[in-house]
Design a protein. Structure first.
Length: 355
């Protein structure tokens, strides 16, 4: 079975795609975003997947790829076009080659025109394709910079994408209106630039007169992406106060053993009810009770200069509390993974009227 997820970065309106083979748990990521590295790694962990390849459809001008960061964190390989002039890639892919993950694969179709190195990745059964900026939903990538050429783009779409089955689903790298997917049949019929009976000359004239503004992120994104997203300086998303995990929901979490090692250096906020705090599960030494439904009103009682760990019975309410504190401006905050149930089951110190 194919595992498929479409992920979104609201800052750049970029779609990142996760595909995995459920039998082998091997996965690929298409068009990752630098700022979303934690999100993507969290999803891989929660789905128990091994990231084999990080793919880019082209050298983006509106966001920085997370390919380099993901390689450092997961051991995956970076795959990009052999025509894109990108450094630090492990695999420079060419037209007709295959990217295998488990029993599944993506075939590569070169679709230049937006850039020289644009690729479209087609799933093995041709049920879906990932078109990057070559073909967008009722649109296409611009052709007025970065080796863009309207005639090439027209030919790429008509020979490499519109030749797929009509019911093949097409997934773009971006959409600025919130649209998520289209199909070959729809774009052949309704795309105002490339569909219907529009000719190559029609398309060239259309693109020549778009008069689009200079991409505001180009001068940052393009140099970084030509190095596969490798930063000039070492970048670490690790916290200096504790090793944390991040769930796909974006919750920072701390393991019980890691918390016990730093109990004296953090604030422990127990967000259970009074009877639970005094009850048979006990509480973590030094924990202060601030019930969840009173937290917003009592946030001023918590010192923002010290790390905060929130605790509840099983981890649900403490996760909500951690989110509330983050929204209130707390940077160093985490929820105790598994709550008091796990804390006690692993034999960590407990105080109170315990059984």
């Amino acid at each position: 079975m194919l595992i498929f997820r479409q992920l979104f970065d609201p800052q750049s309106s970029t779609y990142t795609y996760l595909l995995a083979d459920s039998s082998s748990s091997e996965a690929v990521l298409i068009d990752s975003v630098f700022e979303q590295e934690r999100r993507d790694i969290a999803l891989l962990k929660e789905l128990k997947l091994t990231l084999k390849y990080v793919l880019d459809t082209h050298c983006h001008a509106d966001h920085v790829t997370a390919a380099w960061l993901l390689k450092q964190q997961t051991g995956s390989e970076i795959v990009t076009s052999g025509n894109g002039g990108v450094e630090n890639a492990d695999v420079l892919i060419r037209h007709g080659e295959k990217i295998k993950f488990g029993k599944r694969y993506l075939s590569v179709r070169e679709t230049p025109g937006h850039t020289n190195g644009c690729l479209t990745y087609v799933l093995d059964d041709e049920s879906m394709a990932f078109t990057g900026d070559c073909l967008l939903i009722r649109g296409c990538g611009r052709t007025d910079f970065q080796q863009g050429e309207a005639k090439k783009l027209y030919q790429s779409v008509h020979t490499q994408i519109f030749t797929l089955p009509d019911d093949a689903l097409l997934y773009p790298a971006h959409d600025y209106r919130g649209l998520t997917v289209t199909s070959v049949a729809e774009e052949k019929k309704y795309n105002p630039r490339l569909g219907g009976k529009l000719s190559e000359d029609d398309f060239e004239g259309y693109m020549r007169n778009l008069n689009l503004p200079h991409p505001r992120y180009l001068d940052i994104a393009l140099p970084a992406n030509l190095k596969s997203g490798r930063p000039d300086k070492n970048v670490s998303h690790e916290n200096n106060w504790a090793p944390l995990n991040y769930s796909f929901a974006g919750i920072p979490e701390i393991e019980p053993q890691n918390l016990e090692e730093i109990l004296q250096q953090v604030q422990i906020i127990d967000v259970r009810e009074q009877d639970e705090y005094d009850g048979p599960l006990g509480r973590v030494p030094g924990a202060r009770l601030i019930q969840l439904d009173t937290l917003n009103d009592r946030i001023d009682e918590i010192d923002q200069s010290l790390p905060v760990v929130t605790i509840c019975r099983a981890g649900g309410r403490s996760a909500q509390a951690a989110t509330m504190l983050q929204k209130a401006g707390f940077n160093n905050v985490a929820s105790l993974t598994g709550g008091m149930l796990r804390w006690r089951s692993e034999g960590h110190p407990v105080v109170g009227n315990i059984d």
